[in-house]
Design a protein around this ligand. Structure first.
Ligand SMILES: [Zn+2]
Ligand SMILES: [Zn+2]
Length: 1089
């Protein structure tokens, strides 16, 4: 009868189908949400000065006043009067120096309203301000996840051209330019403490003036004040503290101007604005209005006050600040990059997308031979005709614009040839024709060059810096559709089986037939959907271009096919969807799940998720405790409550191990790594923000050094004891733990012990380094090879854990381990991924892994106890007590174990998934990129070699993978094979008396595995749905790149890991069922003939 177990069953089909729908949804959502850009490392360089202009200034002082909104320095944006509600004495007309000087020296002083690209966060703005590029979430580069700038920048150009740069202020700069500033002229201050309004500012003031007044002022000074920003965050702009802060800034700037030398350019700017509450990060008008003031003491920046009459108005755009009376000059913040570069005689950074500010290049191109004392070179204006002057000025601006446009064109060309070049496909033709339009005579060139640079900026913005809401919504719709149809299948199967449970042998037909019908619906849906999608993309091609920007026919098909399929599988309609809501009692049981799902809308809940899980996990056991309390026998009650206690103890012990996110300081103490290294990371907050503690400290605490090898030896003994309870420590189990699992775990622990010895510096590196590394590599390969390859093969051949004793002339068979005939082999199967993850996990994590295995085993006992309770209760209510009592004429095989209802409840699976997340956090991970343990990528080789370096993926996601694979155990634990003595039709014809009883393809096992899988799938999909929703709703939130987007990425990979784990569960359970059926059928045949 082994043919009755088909490998391609409707269950497998549904797992693959769900996987496909998930992939399609993730693909669509990701292409709409994840802003990526390839960071090119090219730099602009030329030996002959052809890529820049002669400098007008020898040095520059760039002072960043964090959150300096435009109206803080604007020349009276609001007329102060009683009926003007917008005017505020706290921040208007307080920092007046810029507007006073602009009034007095219109050729030397300029104020602009600048547009910083959102997200208006300091880190992203520093990147933009120095490279001229657009913000993206992932700058794909060589050091993924680090914040160091790898692209060409103005700071880099200063260094490359033999100049010196000094830095004082917000230490964020040290993250992005760790090595760019002069070692003796760098004074970073912690930016983390928003409560502290003055330390950073006082620090800047202390170090700035000695630099300015000393003989050798560096060529570039960056000063970054944080006070205005901190006042904003703390009390908002409508508070007297803001007034005094701005007065302090005014006084500081006045002193700077006084000590400014003639050849120094002063740039004062806000990296972004602030909203009415004083916060920033989003794309609101107030947040994206930052003030810029450019001042030159004696050299005029522009030699004509009436420039607006001379050049086309499109080059000089204006904008009106909200509720202001008149418009102001408006620039892009990144325009400062090419402008500053050319004014200082530096090449424009390679990836810049800004355009030079026209006013500052409107001057006669060739300084006369004998400059008069009036200014730097334009004394001879009166001698030449007006028209020639303007032509000369225009050609000077054209030269600047040409260099600018050429740099952008080179950048786009290079990007186009890179691996990500296809991103520019849509915009390429327009860009090229605009570029060709710049090769014209002077008059037209001015406009065309300007247009080209602006077209490049807007094209790149639409590719890199704009979310695609349509694709995001389509992704979210698919997530919801897959969730609803999965639930519909889950509840549908539950209904068919419970209504047909009585004739036990009939269930196979009923639920499989039902599922096969749904399978055909799914296939029809896929076919119909892809046709519809294809036709839609053809018919509405033109509409798609305008309405569905960035959407192609592949996207159409990838949406329609799974969507129609989901609708047909779930038979979804609005009334049905409302009807799908589970009853109230179930909602209470699923409360931990609901709380977990909605917590991602809050940033603080998201970054305290590790603690929240540690709380939700025990809470999810409350339904189990209630059932345990009403158990009919004291023994059963003790069993359920005792194991619940053990499980809670394991959870608590696991929770001892922590790593901290940056945001959790100072309320978090690292215990995953040794206290020595974590305290050194905390010693200065500066270090802890530069290098996250999880990455910097790397050695295990002392207790782990002893605990991990001990756990490696104890755990197999404990697992073996678990099997002994059901007498299934037979067969393969007799050798498995001693010869497969223990050696593998032990090798894995010794690997990390050696690593510990090396990093702790306990041995002489030069003498022992090579030997130790050789031993380590050997051990890790041995650990993985032994458990995965050898263990895998042995298990596949002989997975069973039973032994057969025959007596009395073969008339009575005693099978040891019968009751757990499925569970025991599956547990051995489960230890294979467990051992693999063990080898990649550091010492502290290994102890936690061991505890999680004990926790999972306790949970299996709880679940089995609960099923016993429910079964007895059901039997009492239906008066079918005989069902649960062993009937005399049966085989003496403990048939009582077999009558568990196959239905799996969602609340039974919730603790397992929470345990998976708990294990993820407790093995030294957080949902942040810096918490990845890169160390584990050197497990199998001493150098970074693909694909072996991928072991860090096992390290990161393995904990989740292991526990989710363990879900299969919940489905099969302590369920013996079922016997069917109903002869098959063929045999009836021959001789019904002689036909042996056969073991049916145990549909109950298959069914409960499928239901477990559907529960896991629903749980993980819900988490992905809520994390995606929060990331898309809060996509302009201050914390999106730090908190929501990383959590969304984790949600995405967890869904994929979940789908893979479920396929593994299927394969493992399939093999167990196949072998069990074959063995027992043969045995029964022998016994009865
Ligand atoms: Zn800022
Ligand atoms: Zn801020």
């Amino acid at each position: 009868m082994s043919s009755s177990i088909r490998f391609v069953s409707p269950s497998l089909f549904f797992l693959l189908w769900i996987f496909f729908v998930h992939l399609a949804g993730i693909y669509l959502f990701t292409s709409g949400f994840l802003l990526t850009r390839l960071a090119l490392t090219n730099v602009t360089a030329c030996n002959d000065g052809s890529c820049t202009l002669p400098p007008t200034h020898k040095r520059a002082i760039v002072l960043i006043i964090d959150s300096l909104r435009f109206d803080f320095i604007a020349p009276a944006p609001y007329i102060p009067s009683e009926n003007n509600a917008e005017y505020s004495v706290h921040h208007h007309l307080t920092l007046t120096l810029p507007s006073l000087l602009t009034d007095a020296h219109p050729r030397n002083s300029f104020i602009f309203n600048s547009y910083p690209d959102p997200p208006t966060v300091t880190l992203q703005r520093i990147k933009g301000l120095t490279t001229g590029s657009l913000p993206t979430f992932v700058d794909i580069g060589s050091s993924f996840g680090g914040s160091e700038i790898e692209e060409d920048s103005i700071i880099g150009q200063v260094g490359m051209n033999g100049k010196e740069a000094a830095f004082i202020g917000d230490d964020t700069w040290m993250n992005v330019f760790p090595n760019a500033f002069h070692v003796n002229m760098t004074w970073p201050y912690d930016s983390f403490n928003v409560e502290d309004l003055h330390t950073v500012d006082n620090g800047v003031i202390t170090h700035l003036f000695p630099l300015l007044e000393s003989g050798n002022t560096p060529d570039l000074i960056i000063g970054h004040f944080l006070g205005v920003d901190h006042v904003g965050h703390r009390v908002g702009p409508y508070h007297h503290s803001m007034h005094s802060k701005l007065l302090q800034m005014n006084a500081t700037l006045t002193r700077v101007v006084d000590s400014l030398s003639d050849d120094t350019l002063l740039v004062v700017l806000g990296d972004h604005g602030m909203d009415r509450a004083g916060d920033h990060g989003g794309d609101g008008q107030l947040e994206t209005s930052a003030g810029v003031w450019i001042y030159s003491k004696s050299i005029p920046l522009c030699d004509d006050e009436k420039i607006s009459n001379k050049i086309p108005s499109q080059l000089l755009p204006y904008t009106t600040f909200p509720d202001a009376d008149s418009p102001h000059r408006y620039i892009q913040q990144i325009d400062l990059v090419p402008t500053l570069s050319l004014l200082l005689g530096l090449p424009i950074p390679f990836g810049n997308l800004g355009t030079v500010i026209p006013e500052l290049f409107w001057r006669q191109s060739n300084p006369p031979q004998n400059p008069t004392e009036e200014s730097w070179g334009w004394g001879s204006i009166r001698k030449t005709a007006v028209k020639d002057e303007d032509r000369s000025r225009a050609s000077s601006l054209i030269r600047a614009l040409r260099l600018n446009a050429l740099q952008i064109h080179t950048y786009l060309d290079t990007y186009r040839l890179s691996s990500s070049g296809a991103e520019l496909d849509d915009a390429w033709l327009t860009l090229e024709s605009a570029w060709n339009g710049t090769h014209v005579d002077e008059e037209l060139a001015l406009v065309n060059l300007w247009d080209y640079t602006r077209l490049a900026l807007s094209s790149c913005r639409s590719i890199w810096a704009q979310f695609n809401p349509l694709l995001m919504v389509l992704g979210l719709v698919l997530f919801s559709a897959s969730l609803l149809s999965t639930y519909s299948v889950y509840s549908g199967i539950g209904k068919v089986t419970s209504s047909h449970l009585d004739p036990a042998t009939q269930t196979t037909v009923v639920w499989e037939d039902w599922l096969i019908a749904r399978m055909w619906q799914a296939l029809r849906g896929l076919a119909a959907g892809s046709t519809l999608g294809f036709l839609a993309s053809l018919t509405y091609e033109t509409q798609l271009k305008t309405f569905g920007k960035g959407m192609d026919s592949l996207d159409c098909i990838l949406f329609m096919a799974p969507f129609v399929s989901c609708v047909m599988v779930g038979k979804l309609s609005l009334s049905k969807i409302l009807g799908l809501l589970p009853p109230m009692s179930n909602i209470l049981k699923t409360l931990p799940f609901v709380l977990h799902a909605i917590s991602f809308f809050s940033n603080s809940f998201t970054f305290w998720e590790d603690r929240i899980i540690a709380f939700l996990l025990p809470s999810s056991l409350i339904p189990h405790v209630f059932i345990g309390l009403r158990a009919p026998t004291a023994r059963l009650r003790r069993r359920i409550l005792g194991f619940t206690g053990l499980l809670v103890v394991c959870i608590r012990l696991m929770a001892v191990s922590t790593v901290c996110r940056e945001e959790q300081h100072p309320y978090c103490h690292v215990t995953f790594y040794s206290s020595l290294s974590s305290s050194s990371a905390l010693e200065s907050t500066y270090t802890s923000t530069v290098v996250p503690p999880s990455a910097s400290s790397s050695s295990a605490p002392t207790f782990a050094v002893i605990g991990a090898p001990l756990m490696a030896i104890l755990l197999p003994i404990i697992l073996s004891r678990c099997l002994k309870q059901s007498k299934s420590d037979q067969g393969l189990a007799t050798v498995w733990f001693n010869w497969i699992m223990t050696p593998s775990l032990f090798c894995g622990s010794v690997y990390w012990l050696i690593e510990y010895v090396e990093t702790a510096g306990l041995v002489d590196e030069s003498e022992w380094g090579a030997v130790l590394r050789f031993c380590r590599t050997f051990l890790s390969r041995a650990a993985l090879g032994w458990s995965v390859v050898v263990g895998g093969v042995v298990w596949w051949k002989h997975p069973l854990c039973i032994s057969i004793e025959t007596s009395e002339g073969q008339r009575q068979i005693k099978i040891l381990g019968f009751a757990n005939a499925y569970g025991a082999p599956y547990m051995l199967f489960w230890t294979i991924p467990f051992s693999a993850v063990w080898a990649t996990t550091q010492l502290t994590g290994q102890i936690v892994l061991g505890l999680s295995a004990i926790a999972l085993m306790s949970y299996l006992e709880i679940i089995d106890g609960i099923r016993d309770v429910l079964m007895v209760e059901e039997a009492f209510t239906s008066n079918r007590l005989s069902d649960i009592l062993p009937s005399g004429d049966d085989f003496a095989l403990g048939a009582t174990q077999n009558n568990h209802s196959p239905n799996v409840k969602f609340y039974e699976i919730t603790p397992v998934i929470l345990l998976a997340m708990h294990l993820f956090f407790r093995t030294g991970h957080q949902s942040t990129i810096p918490s990845i343990q890169w160390k584990s990528s050197f497990l199998l080789t001493s150098t970074l070699t693909y694909p072996w370096a991928g072991t860090f993926i096992i390290n990161t996601l393995g904990p989740i993978w292991v526990i989710l694979t363990g879900v299969g155990l919940v489905g099969v634990w302590l369920k013996g094979p079922r016997f069917s003595s109903v002869p098959s039709p063929k045999e009836t014809q021959k001789d019904s008396q002689q036909s042996p009883p056969v073991v049916s393809a145990d549909d109950q096992i298959q069914l409960s595995i499928l239901l477990c899988s559907l529960c896991v799938s629903m749980y993980l999909m819900t988490i992905l749905l809520t994390t995606s929703l929060s990331a898309s709703i809060l996509r302009r939130h201050l914390m999106v790149w730090k908190v929501f987007a990383p959590r969304w990425i984790l949600g995405t990979v967890v869904v994929l890991v979940g789908d893979v784990s479920l396929l593994m569960v299927y394969v493992g359970a399939w093999q167990v069922r196949r072998v069990v059926e074959r063995t027992f059928s043969r045995m029964m045949g022998q016994a009865l003939t």
